[in-house]
Every structure is written in structure tokens, then in C-alpha cells.
Design a protein around this ligand. Structure first.
Ligand SMILES: [Zn+2]
Ligand SMILES: [Zn+2]
Length: 137
């Protein structure tokens, strides 16, 4: 049984993924702050194409362009607006699940944080987390 299953707030979008997560990270970029309406995204990276959505899921994609100019496809529920998953145009080959939509969050432990230069001033993440001022690498 996969540990990665989740749904949006209204349950119109349901997904699962049988791959092991390759990365768990926090992103403080301004676009994530706006899209999520809060301080940062918590994202779980899995291989592109490994997320299976239930066939009647009501997903809409909005494509933004980050500071780097790379396209970021942000998929959200078109009924309740919950952000579900993002794909960054880059060589990473990852789809990024918004971890707040997971059913089981007990195993989450971010090991990296991105865009610390735009982090909200009150936010302090564990010092052991690998930190990048902008995107890694
Ligand atoms: Zn929904
Ligand atoms: Zn971000």
C-alpha cells in the first residue's frame, strides 16, 4: 500500500503514487506564498508521471514563470482551489506534491529549503535543513 495518497479539500481530486518520495522540501518563493495563501509550500518530489489521479478529478493547471523564467505548471482543484501538484520545467524530472494534501503526513521531514531570501521573517526552519537562497544548484 502506497504511503502517498491524498485529496483536495472538497475531495473532487484524489491521487495516489506508488513511487518512493525522492525529496521533501520547503519552498519560500513568492509565487508559492501567493498560490498557497500562506508562508511556504511543503513539497514532496516523485518521478514525473508517477502520480495517478482518479479519473473524475477536477484539475486545472495554471502556468507561472518563476524568477528563473522557467515554467512552473501548478495544478489545483477547480472546485475548491486546493493546490495539488507542480511541475517545474527543469532537469529534475520531478513532480512536486503539495504535502498538505497528503492523507498521511506523519513521515514528512523536509531536508531542503529553497528561496530563503524571500522567506517570511518570522519563519525559522530547523538549522539542519540544507538551505538555498534561491533555487538549488
Ligand atoms: Zn477540491
Ligand atoms: Zn516556490
Amino acid at each position: 500500500m502506497s504511503k502517498i495518497t491524498g485529496n483536495c479539500l472538497c475531495k473532487s481530486v484524489k491521487y495516489s503514487c506508488n513511487e518512493e518520495p525522492l525529496m521533501t522540501a520547503v519552498c519560500h518563493c513568492e509565487n508559492c506564498q501567493r498560490q498557497t495563501g500562506t508562508a511556504f509550500s511543503i513539497i514532496v518530489g516523485v518521478p514525473i508521471g508517477s502520480i495517478v489521479f482518479e479519473s473524475d478529478s477536477t484539475l486545472t493547471e495554471y502556468v507561472d514563470h518563476g524568477e528563473s523564467g522557467r515554467a512552473v505548471g501548478r495544478k489545483f482543484c477547480n472546485n475548491c482551489g486546493s493546490p495539488i501538484v507542480s511541475i517545474v520545467e527543469s532537469s529534475l524530472g520531478l513532480e512536486l506534491i503539495k504535502a498538505g494534501t497528503l492523507n498521511d503526513k506523519s513521515w514528512l521531514k523536509p531536508t531542503m529549503q529553497f528561496w530563503c531570501e524571500t522567506a517570511q521573517p518570522w519563519v525559522k526552519i530547523d538549522d539542519e535543513v540544507e538551505s538555498h537562497l534561491r533555487n538549488p544548484g
